[in-house]
Design a protein around this ligand. Structure first.
Ligand SMILES: [Zn+2]
Length: 83
């Protein structure tokens, strides 16, 4: 039996955000981890290189960053409450 150990590409992104409602500063962080492995294929059906995996991780972090609401959690709560 063969045990494969796949190399991981892990990146953490921290965003510093100013609430658009009250102006308070807050931050959000998120970690994305992909493994470099023979089943992680690119568009050509070829296993992704370390560089390609790193790019995929970066894209995922960018998508996450773009999805963060620009309001702090207390303002988000106030909105939900329909104040
Ligand atoms: Zn706020």
């Amino acid at each position: 039996m063969t045990i494969y150990r796949f190399e991981r590409v892990r990146r953490k992104k921290t965003m510093s955000i100013r609430c658009e409602e009250c102006g308070a500063r807050f931050s959000r962080s998120h970690t994305v981890e992909h493994t470099i492995n023979p089943f992680n294929l690119n568009d050509q059906g070829v296993p992704k290189t370390r560089q390609e995996v790193a790019e995929a991780v970066g894209k995922e972090l960018d998508a996450w960053a773009a999805s963060i609401p620009a309001v702090c959690s207390s303002c988000a709560k106030a909105r939900e409450g329909g104040a």
